[in-house]
Ligand binder design. Structure first.
Ligand SMILES: [Zn+2]
Length: 261
């Protein structure tokens, strides 16, 4: 492991400079959520500040953890009991800094969850849609259209290593239609479906689905692909943490804590 260390402040300001959290209206605090030791040599990135990730970071001798889903969200009880106590106790006992970036990490134009997902799927970004312009739409960058929804689903399965849930339109002509314009938004962005439809996409990719979207997909002729909240948000945190670590001359590793949801 590198002997170089930087101050906690330098790490937080490098992350803020890159992700510009002040530009977003978010559901929780972005930036340093739990203060740990003053000097940072090694960062562990992950999707969620779960107990399993914190334990793995302790094992990896991390000085800081960088995640997409931190510990604090609007509407929480606000008490430090049960699972929250356990997670905080581990962080505080081991003096580990916790940095969390939610929407700014989805949105970063090169390193964010949505940009990374589009790159991995082989999509070229043509525009954006939805609240705070977080949804992206584009076409396959090889210039080809997908023969049908199943062809798109198999591209996704190859990249993510899991089979998406696909809701096909009821209209048989729409169900077998070629897919050209694709909209996507990582994580729990099922509420972006209507904005994606309005943007004129043939298919919409996100992590999760709720009951109403199945009907909308059937009725509007726009295919809905639910590909896993975790699976679609695995790429932004390591991309940003790796870039920041390299810039500061410290070390980084991503730790995957598998999550079927
Ligand atoms: Zn998420």
């Amino acid at each position: 492991m590198s002997a170089t260390s930087v101050s906690r402040e330098a790490l937080v300001s490098a992350c803020n400079d890159l992700l510009q959290p002040q530009r977003f209206k978010d559901y929780g605090p972005n930036g340093l959520q739990v203060e740990g030791r003053i000097n940072v040599r090694h960062i562990v990135s992950g999707v969620t500040a779960s107990r399993a990730l914190i334990e793995a970071a302790i094992e990896a001798k991390a000085d800081a953890i960088f995640v997409h889903h931190g510990l604090f969200w609007r509407g929480q009880e606000g008490t430090v009991t049960g699972w929250m106590k356990q997670r905080l106790q581990l962080l505080l006992t081991h003096d580990i800094n916790l940095l969390a970036y939610h929407l700014p990490l989805d949105a970063h134009s090169e390193l964010g969850n949505n940009a990374q997902l589009g790159r991995l799927f082989g999509f070229e970004v043509k525009g954006s849609f939805g609240d705070q312009d977080l949804g992206l739409w584009g076409v396959s960058s090889d210039g080809q259209t997908f023969a049908n929804a199943d062809a798109l689903a198999s591209r996704i399965e190859k990249v993510l290593g899991r089979q998406p849930l696909v809701i096909h339109p009821v209209d048989s002509a729409a169900a077998t239609r070629k897919i050209n314009r694709i909209g996507w938004c990582s994580g729990g962005a099922q509420s972006y479906f209507e904005a994606a439809i309005a943007a004129g996409v043939d298919a919409f990719i996100t992590g999760e689905i709720s009951e109403p979207q199945a009907h909308l997909a059937r009725e509007t002729g726009v295919v809905f692909l639910a590909c896993g909240h975790h699976a679609t948000e695995r790429y932004g945190a390591p991309a940003v943490a790796a870039q920041v670590a390299q810039q500061l001359g410290i070390t980084h590793q991503f730790i995957e804590i598998d999550n079927p949801a």
